[in-house]
Design a protein around this ligand. Structure first.
Ligand code: 3HC
Length: 311
């Protein structure tokens, strides 16, 4: 490998500065970032589905407009992240194909069903909340295009989290049936949301190298505990509870300890055996087919423009 390049790369990392697309980088760095960034993009795109299913069933025009804006944001985050990934040398069609053929990973959380309107609140509050806890440190990722993409995305995620919390707050102040619906949604999304932070540190094959390259700034468990510490306070405002009998504050470590997570379930869902995996991929393939005419029209128009320019 290029010795001078390796030295420059190591000096930039040691200096906690940014690696840009044209800088020399170890192939392993390029590969791991392509892995993480493309999976992040896939997560945003698949993540549109659970919420999109509720746009036509939103309880008011206000809620419908907010939910549409949120789903649109997720699409934008996906496209933003695919563009950032392309700077590492893998093109959009290749990335898209990896998802469409079921070979790519995306966040397990989106393989759970959104059964009631309260799920829109639990997803906004817990899933986007966990995403923020995980993504704020990524704003300082050593790879320039990724860190910069995170700054824009985190701003929009904050709106997503606030609107989700507001949905739950309204339900928690409603009828007994509405309170129950909100609690039920929290019960179903709490543990899967904690799994968004990845496996425990000792079972995380990428963490050590990712932290050495200043991509991951805090360990999976640290961010997970930080997130639990946040929602423990917020759930009090809702007058509801977190479905975690082992939740307690450990004075010594100053951390919130939560119940053991079901890592067998995690592995099953990540490897395709979750409640909605096949439905999510089928919908994605269908949407890709439905959009073919737009891609063809745009390509034809680009060719026409190019021909006119060449004349
Ligand atoms: N779902 C699916 N796969 C997961 C996962 C999850 N919840 N958590 C971990 N994994 C995978 C990892 O990708 C890795 O597999 P790979 O080597 O084939 O990529 C394996 O499990 C082991 O995990 P590691 O901890 O070793 O992997 P990482 O160091 O990459 O850490 C991560 C995992 C914390 C998810 C990290 O990749 C990351 O920070 N990714 C960017 C954030 C992201 O993707 N968030 C998705 C959330 S959804 C979202 O943002 C949409 C928003 O609108 C809600």
């Amino acid at each position: 490998e290029d010795i001078a390049g390796q030295r420059r790369f190591e000096a930039i990392i040691a200096d906690d500065s940014r690696i840009e697309p044209r800088d020399w980088m170890p192939e392993a760095y390029r590969k791991s970032l392509t892995r993480q960034m493309s999976q992040h993009a896939h997560s945003e795109i698949i993540g549109m589905q659970p919420e999109a299913n509720w746009i036509t069933r939103a309880p008011s025009l206000k809620r419908k407009a907010i939910l549409m804006a949120k789903v649109q944001d997720e699409a934008g985050h996906g496209l933003y992240l695919y563009s950032a990934t392309e700077t590492l040398g893998t093109d959009r069609d290749t990335l898209n194909n990896q998802l469409l053929t079921g070979r790519a990973k995306y966040s397990s959380i989106f393989n759970y069903p959104a059964r009631t309107w309260a799920d829109m609140g639990a997803i906004g509050w817990l899933v986007d909340g966990a995403a923020i806890a995980n993504q704020v440190p990524l704003c300082r990722a050593s790879y320039g295009p990724y860190g910069r993409a995170m700054v824009r995305i985190c701003k929009e995620e904050s709106f997503h989290q606030r609107q989700g919390f507001e949905i739950l707050l309204e339900l928690s102040r409603g009828t007994e049936a509405q309170r129950k619906m909100a609690q039920d949604a929290i019960n179903r999304f709490y543990a899967p949301a904690l799994m968004m932070f990845g496996p425990s540190d000792q079972d995380s094959p990428n963490s050590q190298q990712s932290m050495a390259w200043n991509i991951k700034r805090f360990s999976n468990d640290d961010l997970r505990q930080r997130f639990v510490g946040m929602i423990v306070e917020q759930v009090k405002v809702l007058g509801l509870s977190l479905p975690d009998p082992d939740l307690r504050y450990d004075e010594e470590s100053g951390q919130w300890l939560h119940m053991d997570l079901d890592w067998d379930e995690f592995k099953r869902v990540v490897s395709g055996g979750g409640p909605c995996n096949s439905q999510r991929l089928a919908r994605r393939r269908e949407a890709h087919e439905d959009g073919a005419w737009v891609r063809e029209a745009a390509a034809a128009f680009a060719r026409k423009q190019q021909n006119e320019k060449n004349q």
